[in-house]
Design a protein around this ligand. Structure first.
Ligand SMILES: [Ca+2]
Ligand SMILES: [Ca+2]
Length: 340
């Protein structure tokens, strides 16, 4: 649903080496505001986004219809226990024919990961709350990636506040109606790596091997970990970037989409005073063949069009971008040949 159709000048080229500008037709997606992240739900033919200020009424979904038209899907939430919801990172999982939406909740004390069972209905989508993951090791959750209901990874971005401290990743099981602490470090004891701000998470498989990726914002890297059979993470390789990645999403076409901060230190300003600063937005992708290639920047803005974009995803031919500290979000129709 485009409220306005804008013609934005997007700059295409290597980050830090922008060599040409191309027109990209972007339109506002008016019903997505202050959303930190996206979750692609292929089995439901939907893209989820959650308004961090909207409580359960801020859980939104859209589909891309005929001719690339963005259509809002009505979402109904049931069985919610009534507590505060401040949505942050999102993820979608299909397991055993059931669909699940995971929502990091910064409004609960302690912070939690809320788990909804998602179903398509004749009216739209139904999200039935099935429980929450809470743990003494979930301290400052940013994003969540569920490889299965028994392997739910949560990034704690900045463990001890705003001074220089590293983040970490924990691994949890989800059992409906369980109040037990089912989380532990995702790493073998004594083998925890130094993670400079653990932010967006995603994953991929290669043959029988599974990999989890973490956007290390202040480390200016996407760290790749191999997932062992027991679910523990083993450092595998690192994609060095020239910027600080926030949320990361694969597009099903071999590209890892990254919303990032040219100056990653600004993430601290954004978290401390999210609406007081205009912070640039930068969207790039890393092509993934047998190995990750070099990042390609496709959008850059000084913060006027979108302030500190936190997530980008390429879905059904459109590039979506959103920002937790901005009411604006966009769907952009690119000249796709330029992005290959
Ligand atoms: Ca996510
Ligand atoms: Ca994030």
């Amino acid at each position: 649903m485009f409220l306005t159709a804008l013609l934005l000048a997007a700059q295409i080229g290597r980050a830090g080496d922008i060599d040409r500008a191309a027109a990209v037709n972007c339109g506002r997606v008016g019903f997505i505001q202050y959303a930190e992240d996206f979750a692609v739900a292929e089995p439901l033919d939907a893209l989820f986004a959650a308004d961090s200020r909207g409580g359960t009424g801020g859980l939104h979904a859209l589909r891309v219809g005929q001719g690339g038209k963005v259509e809002r899907i009505p979402v109904r939430v049931s069985h919610w226990p009534g507590r505060r919801l401040v949505a942050h990172g999102l993820d979608f999982l299909q397991e055993g024919g059931k669909s699940w939406l995971f929502v990091v909740n910064l409004g609960a004390t302690p912070h939690s990961v809320e788990v909804f069972r998602a179903r398509a209905t004749s009216a739209g989508l139904d999200l039935a709350w099935e429980g929450a993951i809470k743990s003494k090791v979930i301290t400052s959750p940013n994003d969540v990636r569920a490889l299965s209901l028994n392997e739910v990874y949560v990034s704690n971005d900045w463990v001890n506040g705003l001074i220089e401290q590293s983040g970490n990743i924990v691994k949890c099981k989800f059992k409906p109606n369980s109040a037990d602490d089912l989380c532990e470090s995702a790493f073998e004891e004594g083998k925890e790596p130094v993670i400079k701000y653990a932010n967006g998470l995603t994953s991929y498989t290669q043959g029988s091997k599974r990999f989890l990726l973490n956007a290390a914002t202040l480390g200016k890297a996407v760290e790749i970990y191999q997932v062992s059979d027991n679910g523990r993470l083993v450092p595998y390789r690192s994609i060095r970037l020239r910027f600080g990645p926030d949320n990361i999403q694969f597009d099903g076409e071999g590209r890892l989409w990254i919303a990032s901060l040219p100056n990653p230190r600004e993430i601290i300003l954004r978290e401390a005073m999210p609406f007081a600063f205009r912070i640039p937005s930068q969207i790039s992708y890393v092509p993934f063949g047998s190995a990750p290639g070099h990042e390609v920047q496709v959008f850059h803005d000084d913060g006027r069009i979108i302030n500190a974009a936190t997530a980008a995803v390429f879905y059904k031919g459109l590039l979506f971008m959103t920002a937790v500290s901005d009411q604006r979000s966009y769907a952009c129709a690119p000249k796709r040949s330029r992005w290959r």
